[in-house]
Design a protein around this ligand. Sequence first.
Ligand SMILES: [Zn+2]
Length: 227
Amino acid sequence: MLHEEQHRQHRVSWLRASVLGANDGIISTSSLIIGVVAANLAYESILVTALAALVAGAISMAAGEYVSVCAQSDTEKSDLLIEANALKDNYEEEVIELAEIYQKRGLAYELSLQVARQLMAKDALGAHARDEIGIVDNSKAQPVLAAVSSAISFTVGALLPLSIVLFASYENIAAMVVLVTLIALGALGAISSFLGGAKLHKGILRVTFWGAIAMIATFLLGSGFKA
Ligand SMILES: [Zn+2]
């Protein structure tokens, strides 16, 4: 029998990104709508607010994601360049440096040198990138893909409260937005904790709590401006 335990790490990162994007889209758009509804604004103002929230949020998510992925990739590239130069200039010191890392992880002195030499004979930069700096594969950075996917997940989230503004009657907008937001956040929390292997109620409580806080805050703010 092959022993294969189920690891979740590989699907956590894209999942976390898209769930976060959708959470953001729902929470920020819903609480903006609650704020303007609480201030008694006209229907057109509420609709424009919801639309602007969707567009601004999606672009800001994309920009944030793009910048952060690029910055991460640039940092890794310059670290790799420093490392490549060190390998060129001081190969022997680099062998000892890597061996010391393996000793700290539990290998005996002789064995650590042997491992360092053999790994470096095959791919010196790769061995140092992985075990010294912690870079697994720098070529995987995809800033445009990351930007587009977080914009899409934000938009999907924001479409939920926006569609309530579009289709619910004026008097029901606030109540429907609160209800649908809490249900959707609960469902997202459940999905992410199920896929991420966490406790279900924790995942649900985490997101619905922050969604509720945001809507209460903007409700109080908007009420202060009530005409
Ligand atoms: Zn090194």
